[in-house]
Each structure stands twice: as structure tokens, then as C-alpha cells.
Design a protein. Structure first.
Length: 152
């Protein structure tokens, strides 16, 4: 199975504990996902995040309704966590989130390893461009959500 990767880093001018707390709530994922995906976490809250926690989402990919089940496979607050697809649109999806305090703020790093049906051609033509758009939307939304604190 051919796998692909996506990497993204966004620096937010907020403390690591504040940023990690936002990501620790699975229901916040919808807030940083583009509206055209109609993303919704359907597992009722509160979801207690820890290794082994599973939760389910509904979304649309190119207009097609999808159910996606994720499992937290690593949970190391406030430094990192990993979610893996257990069922959904990918043949494989492993998403590592890292948080590093730097220069009065937090680097939020994403490393995704994924595989798609159809291999490299489907990835290059359909999947990778959409993933870049999704992560760019996420970056812009996070920057707006976590502005620099006002100086008094």
C-alpha cells in the first residue's frame, strides 16, 4: 500500500496549555474544518480524551456523505496526541499532533500519513489538493481563533 504524507506547522501567539486544551475537545474539530465539508462530531460529549478513546464524525467528501471513526492511539498532554482512522474514507490515516512552546506562543504541528484507494494518481489529482485546502483553512481559522493577547 502506497502511503503519502502531509506536514503543517502553525505558530500561535498563545500558551501551550490554552492551545492544547482547544485540541483536547474533539467537538472543536468541526470549528477548524471547512464549512463545505459539513463536518460534525456525532459522538455525544463530553468525550474523555485518552489512549483508546473512539469517536465518530459525519462529513461530506465531494458531496458524498461519509462516516469516520477515529481512535486516540497516543495521548501525552500538552505535548502530543495521535488519532487514527478506524473506519472512513482512507485506506490508512494516522495524524500526529505536536505542540511545542516557542517564543511566547505555541507551534502546532501536524504530521499525517495516509493511503487512498487508487494510489498516486488519485492522490495527486483529488486527495492531496483537497487536503492542502483543508489544512490551509485550518491554519487561517486557528490564527483567527488564537490572536496575540492585547498589550496593556
Amino acid at each position: 500500500m502506497k502511503t503519502f504524507t502531509l506536514d503543517s506547522v502553525t505558530w500561535l501567539p498563545r500558551p501551550i496549555d490554552e492551545v492544547f486544551a482547544f485540541f483536547a475537545d474533539a467537538h472543536n474539530l468541526g470549528a477548524i474544518t471547512p464549512p463545505w465539508m459539513h463536518f460534525e462530531t456525532v459522538t455525544p460529549g463530553p468525550i474523555v480524551m485518552k489512549a483508546g478513546t473512539r469517536f465518530e464524525h459525519r462529513l461530506r467528501v465531494k458531496g458524498i456523505p461519509i462516516r469516520w471513526e477515529s481512535e486516540i492511539t497516543a495521548w501525552e498532554p500538552p505535548r502530543r496526541f495521535v488519532d487514527e482512522q478506524r473506519s472512513g474514507p482512507y485506506r490508512k490515516w494516522v495524524h500526529e499532533h505536536r505542540f511545542v512552546a516557542r517564543e511566547g506562543g505555541t507551534d502546532v504541528s501536524d504530521h499525517v500519513e495516509y493511503a487512498v484507494t487508487g494510489g498516486a494518481a488519485v492522490n495527486a489529482l483529488l486527495v492531496a489538493p483537497d487536503l492542502r485546502k483543508i489544512f490551509e483553512y485550518r491554519r487561517k481559522t486557528l490564527l483567527a481563533r488564537f490572536p496575540a493577547p492585547e498589550v496593556r
